[in-house]
Design a protein around this ligand. Structure first.
Ligand SMILES: *[C@@H]1O[C@H](CO)[C@@H](O)[C@H](O)[C@H]1NC(C)=O
Ligand SMILES: *[C@@H]1O[C@H](CO)[C@@H](O)[C@H](O)[C@H]1NC(C)=O
Ligand SMILES: *[C@@H]1O[C@H](CO)[C@@H](O)[C@H](O)[C@H]1NC(C)=O
Ligand SMILES: *[C@@H]1O[C@H](CO)[C@@H](O)[C@H](O)[C@H]1NC(C)=O
Ligand SMILES: [Zn+2]
Length: 607
């Protein structure tokens, strides 16, 4: 990765926000003060207290928009400069990047959805039938290459009904349908309505998953033209015999049968046009992001979180058996941290040739985008044609063909890995020069959240190397585990596992920074030089909460941000001490050791 490091080194040097002579802690602290809404009461509406002033203080809708903007600016400066021109490690990569950038900025063709240019329509028409190859997925069904649930290095092809996140593309397609006169408009609308209706009808929380070979899937679902589909996806025509080693994990079988029966009976005109429209939407929505930085500091934070979780396990609140404890410890030990969604393979040759088969031009941005989408599809499916081939962990990266952009960290059960997108590692979210209190409260709580996904009711089922295990199941079925979950469930949550990750993540981050059983009522704090008003524990909570500042509609799969903050601090016993609030009678804790002595309520406090 030499050259990427070099590249990102340049990006860091260019980072326009904070020059070296600005004190990063002053800047962070000052931002925290700007975000406050002082007319609000911290004890009852902490999000509002911490974030109420954000909208007025910031030109951005939230912190993500802020870092994205900074990232883009740094990238532009790099692309416009001659930096890296004489790079000898990955000359091809840098040349390709600049070529891509040149077309991106120089090509005046505008890809407006309301008025797609003729050339785009011509391309879509010419390439009709090549949708899968060009990265279109999740229209009639979802297809992705992943790893088997019982064997985390064995590739499988997962087939299911379209992912719920594809509904945004459906909405965009609808928008597009309304904007123009279409020949088969009524038929297309019916097609969309029918698919939606079938998805609602067959949607299940935990659908049955069948593991099938290629012949089995052809036998079970003969209505789908698998030979045609895999001919396209794998680039060449293959006999069924050559594909026999492919392993499928198929869910939503009834949906697939009925949807494809319906599609079979439909004219090809509206079907093809609908696919074209969806391809257009895909091209338009496509975003990508990347950045490398600060791995060492993140590793340290992870290290301290792991050490604290290790202490939790010593206390063994959930009364695990020695065997179960060994399982959880191994899993904790095994959690990997990945900065950026890049393979572990670091050789310059690898990066240099990665895009080799993509023919970028300096004049057509659209052409380049299509090259990239097709390349991605080729690379994702490349390993499938080698029977018995195992996942090359050196070259593994998470499929990014989910429809929502991944800008925040995420945890994967099958890899026992937390991936932190590079873009996330920027002020105001993170800066390696920041005082630990800022890093451990914000990034610590974010990593703590992701780490706790390894130990919630779904994650616990997977062992240290990402395979489902009966030991995990036994832990989940145990009485203390179920009690802990019941507590978190008392206040309804959009997603229980997110709720658990929130509560446990904040507790873990707090304990990692202040130590177990910290009690601010018994301590005196020296003020930080960069923060005259708030004492350390208060500053910790503010910095944590302000990660969630912004004016956003509800985030998918999580509770609303203000609710997430208020519920999380409400379940951290120490928050009440730190802000002199009435102690809440009950808090939900899971792995965290019980307090040594019951907290004395209503003692006078002056942190
Ligand atoms: C600040 O908090 C008060 C009290 O909750 C609220 O009425 C007001 O709308 C808030 N102001 C902003 C800008 O959020
Ligand atoms: C936002 O700032 C403007 C100008 O600084 C001020 O007039 C306004 O009252 C502020 N609004 C809130 C809700 O604080
Ligand atoms: C995983 O499941 C498949 C299908 O049930 C089976 O063929 C395979 O042997 C299993 N692999 C392991 C490692 O258990
Ligand atoms: C790239 O362009 C060359 C020359 O036009 C052509 O031979 C090759 O097939 C193209 N590769 C791809 C992946 O389109
Ligand atoms: Zn989560």
């Amino acid at each position: 990765m030499g050259s990427l490091v070099l590249l990102c080194g340049c990006l860091v040097a260019l980072s326009p926000f904070i020059q070296a002579d600005v004190d990063i802690n002053m800047a962070t602290s000052s931002q925290i003060h700007k975000n406050l809404n002082r007319t609000s009461a911290p004890c009852t509406e902490f999000w509002n207290f911490a974030c109420g002033g954000f909208a007025n203080a910031s030109q951005y809708v939230d912190n993500f928009e802020w870092v994205e903007d900074q990232f883009a600016m740094a990238m532009v400066e790099f692309m416009e400069s001659r930096m890296g021109e004489n790079d000898i490690q990955a000359p091809q990569l840098i040349k390709q990047m600049r070529t891509y950038y040149k077309a991106c900025t120089g090509d005046t063709l505008k890809l407006s959805l309301s008025d797609p240019p003729q050339v785009v329509w011509r391309w879509l028409q010419e390439e009709s039938g090549m949708y899968l190859e060009h990265g279109l997925n999740g229209v009639f069904f979802d297809e992705r290459v992943d790893v088997a649930t019982n064997d985390s290095t064995r590739r499988v092809i997962q087939i299911s009904m379209p992912d719920p996140s594809s509904r945004f593309s459906v909405l965009r397609a609808l928008e597009l349908l309304r904007l123009h006169d279409w020949e088969d408009e009524q038929e297309m609308l019916q097609l969309m309505a029918k698919l939606q209706q079938l998805q609602r009808k067959y949607k299940e929380d935990s659908p049955v998953v069948y593991t099938w070979t290629y012949n089995e899937i052809r036998r079970q679902l003969p209505i789908i033209k698998w030979d045609l589909i895999f001919g396209q996806l794998l680039g060449v025509h293959h006999t069924a015999k050559e594909l026999e080693h492919l392993l499928f994990e198929v869910s939503d079988v009834e949906y697939l049968r009925e949807a494809f029966q319906f599609l079979m009976d439909l004219d090809s005109g509206p079907k093809d046009m609908y696919l074209r429209i969806r391809q257009l939407v895909l091209i338009q929505e496509f975003v990508y992001q990347n950045r490398e930085q600060d791995t060492r500091r993140l590793e340290e934070i992870m290290g301290s979180l792991k050490a604290t979780f290790g202490k939790y396990l010593d206390a063994n609140r959930l009364q695990l058996t020695p065997h179960q404890l060994t399982y959880v410890r191994a899993k904790l030990e095994g959690i990997q941290l990945k900065v950026g969604n890049l393979p572990a393979e670091k050789s310059p040759e690898f990066y240099d040739t990665y895009y080799e088969s993509a023919n970028f031009s300096e004049s057509s941005f659209l052409g380049n985008l299509i090259q990239v989408l097709a390349l991605r599809t080729r690379l994702q499916h490349a390993g499938l044609l080698k029977p018995e081939s195992r996942l090359d962990l050196q070259r593994y990266y998470v499929n990014d063909n989910v429809l929502k952009a991944r800008t925040s960290p995420f945890y994967e059960n099958e890899r026992n890995t937390i991936t932190v997108p590079m873009e996330f590692l920027q002020f105001p979210l993170f800066d390696h020069r920041q005082h630990a209190i800022f890093q451990q409260s914000l990034m610590g709580a974010v990593l703590g959240h992701e780490m706790n996904h390894a130990f919630e009711q779904e994650g616990i089922l997977f062992d240290a190397s990402g395979n489902e295990s009966p030991v995990g199941l036994a832990i989940r079925e145990s009485q203390p585990f179920r009690e802990a979950i019941k507590c978190a469930e008392e206040k309804p949550a959009i997603s229980l596992k997110e709720r658990l990750a929130d509560l446990n993540g904040l507790q873990l981050a707090y304990d990692s920074f202040f130590g177990l059983h910290h009690d601010s009522r018994k301590l005196e704090y020296r003020p930080y030089a960069f923060e005259p008003e708030f004492k350390a524990p208060q500053l910790f909570h503010l910095s944590y909460a302000q990660f969630f500042c912004g004016s956003l509609p509800p985030v998918i799969a999580h509770d609303r941000d203000d609710e997430r903050v208020d519920v999380s601090v409400g379940n951290l016993q120490q928050f009440a001490y730190d802000f002199s609030c009435p102690s809440s009678s009950s808090t939900c804790e899971m792995w965290r050791p019980r307090e040594e002595t019951a907290p004395t309520s209503d003692s006078h406090v002056n942190p």
